[in-house]
Write a protein that binds this ligand. Structure first.
Ligand code: SF4
Ligand code: SF4
Ligand code: FES
Length: 264
């Protein structure tokens, strides 16, 4: 088979890295699932759940994974597919087949993300990202439910940048690809930098700007970014991470200088 032809067999083969418990040893199993038009990787996992039998005919437990929206909005189904971190709901099987994957000789490989603790099989615990959002106070404080008047005027350029930053779905792709982010260090990574900028740019959110920048000065903050920009290449939502990293670097430096001279 050449790299650009679709195989004529009626099934697609997947090689899945599994783990029964968080501390268990990983192992691989291969499954043949019926080929269906427009199938995505999640629909293959669903087919395996309906009939959890390996390609050698051995009955096994259904593969476990996480998902929610099924339309690349929630980030829950992120995993490594053929070695590339991406969402399994938006990864179409026929696209992988065009590159020669899905055959018995060259199965589609599906592995959990490596930078987050595995709960079971392809399901990982992404809590660290949500904890970081709490740590940077990723919210806009309001002072009541009464009418607050019209909101502040925001320039179209600011709106564009903030809209780009708002697209982050906490999927973790940028962290999986980042050489500085490991499973057990304290680096917060590009996802957090983008949300610090997002909330600092908001007129009301900026009342917590100084608290956020103090977190950015801590170990694991912006100074630990090596600027390799792997994060930008893998972000599925094209969040403006280059701008975010540069802006948070500047804001953190200004904040540190101000504190040094003014003690604020
Ligand atoms: S910045 Fe992009 S890659 Fe990182 S968590 Fe957000 S959406 Fe995912
Ligand atoms: S620029 Fe490099 S070190 Fe910094 S967050 Fe992105 S991938 Fe990680
Ligand atoms: S299930 Fe939500 S992004 Fe895939």
């Amino acid at each position: 088979m050449t790299a650009s032809t679709t195989p004529q067999t009626s099934s697609v083969r997947l090689r899945i890295t599994r783990r029964d418990t968080p501390d268990g040893a990983p192992y691989q199993q291969e499954f043949d699932v019926p080929r269906r038009p427009q199938a995505n990787v999640i629909s293959c996992l669903q087919a395996i759940a309906l009939n959890p039998v390996t390609c050698e005919g051995r009955a096994t437990s259904p593969v476990v994974w996480d998902s929610n929206c099924l339309e690349e909005v929630c980030g829950a189904c992120t995993m490594n597919i053929n070695g590339k971190v991406r969402q399994s709901c938006s990864t179409l099987v026929h696209e992988l087949e065009k590159s020669g994957f899905g055959t018995a000789e060259n199965p589609i490989t599906v592995e959990p993300m490596k930078k987050f603790p595995v709960v079971r099989d392809l399901w990982v615990n992404r809590q660290r990202m949500f904890d970081n959002l709490k740590h940077i106070k990723a919210w806009v404080p309001i002072d009541g439910t009464h009418h607050l008047g019209s909101g502040p005027v925001e320039s179209p350029a600011n709106q564009d940048l903030r809209y780009g930053l708002s697209r982050c779905m906490t999927c973790g792709c940028c962290l999986e690809a980042c050489p500085q982010f490991t499973i057990d260090n304290d680096f917060v990574g590009a996802q957090t930098f983008s949300q610090v900028l997002y909330f600092n740019m908001h007129e009301t959110g900026a009342t917590l700007k100084s608290d956020r920048l103090e977190v950015m000065e801590e170990p694991g903050g912006i100074a630990d970014c090596g600027n390799a920009q792997n994060c930008i290449k893998v972000c599925p939502k094209e969040v403006p991470l280059t701008e975010a990293i540069a802006a948070i670097g500047r804001q953190t430096t200004v904040h540190a200088i101000k504190r040094f001279f003014m003690g604020s």
